[in-house]
Design a protein around this ligand. Sequence first.
Ligand code: C2E
Ligand code: CA
Ligand code: CA
Length: 268
Amino acid sequence: RKPKKIYSMDEVRHAIHNNELVNYYQPKVVVATGEMVGVETLVRWRHPQDCMVFPDQFIGVAEAHGLIDDLTRVVLTEALAQTKIWEQAGLMLRVAVNVSMDNLVSLDFPDYVAKLAAEAGVQPQQVVLEVTESQLMRDLRAPLEILTRLRLKRFRLSIDDFGTGNSSLAQLRDIPFDELKIDQTFVHGAYANKTLRAMYDASLQLARQLNMDVVAEGVEDRADWDFLHRTGCDLAQGYFIARPMPAADLHDWIDDWHERVSGFSAKD
Ligand code: C2E
Ligand code: CA
Ligand code: CA
C-alpha cells in the first residue's frame, strides 16, 4: 500500500457522486466444509490519479462530513444488485455490508434499507449488516432502536471487530446480533499465543451461548485455518481463503477454492 494520504471532503464527495467507488467482495466460508455462504462488501476508490485507495483513507472523512449516508447508499445499492446477479447465475449468497454508527441516527434508515432490498429483489435474510462503533457514542438510544427495527425486518446483524475497543459486551446485551466476528488481531497466530488463544476462546464461547454464528477474521495461513477447524469455529474469512476481489473474479475463485479445499481434507 502507498503512504497514506487523507482526502478532503470535496474529493470524497466527488468520488461518491461520480461513480469512482467500487465494491470488492471477500468470501466467508464454512470452516467444516469449505462451502462459501456469503461475501463481505469492502469499498474501494478507483482514484483517477492515485490508483486504488483503501477505506481507511476516506471512510473517516465521509463520517466526519455528513457523507456517510450517501456512501452507504451507493455501496449497498451496488452490493444488492450484484447479489441478484449472482443469484441469477445460480449462486445463492448472503451479502454483508459495513454500516457506520453514523448511519444509525435516523429512524428512517430501516425502511430505507428495506426499500433498497425490495427494489433489488433480495430477501432481508440474505443481507448482513456489519456494525462497529467508529467513535465513542454519546447517545446509544437511536442506534439501538434502529438495529432492533432492522432485526424485526429480518435483516441479519453482525457485530464486527469483536474484542476491540470498538465492540463491547454492552452491545451484545442490548442488541440481538445474529453473528459475531472475532477481530483478526485475535485470530491470526492464536494457535501459538496463549493470550490471543484465551481471547479467541472466550469470544467463541460467548457467541455459542448467545446462539450466534461466529466468523473468524484474518485467517492468513494454513495454521490459522487448521486451528479454526480444531476449535469448531463456524465461518472463516481472510487472505488464506481469498483476498477481497472484484465481483467478476468470484466464479474463478470458487473453482480454485474447491480444488484447494479438497486437498485439505485429503491430508486431514
Ligand atoms: P473490516 O470491516 O474489519 O474489514 C476487514 C478488513 O480486513 C478489510 O480491510 C479486509 O481487506 C482486511 N482483511 C481481510 N482479510 C484479511 C487478512 O487475512 N489479514 C489482514 N491483515 N487483513 C484482512 P479494508 O478493505 O481495507 O477495510 C478496512 C475497514 O474499512 C473495514 O474493516 C471497515 O471497517 C471499513 N469499510 C470498508 N468498506 C466499508 C463500507 O462500505 N462502509 C463503511 N462504513 N466502512 C467500510
Ligand atoms: Ca466488516
Ligand atoms: Ca472486522
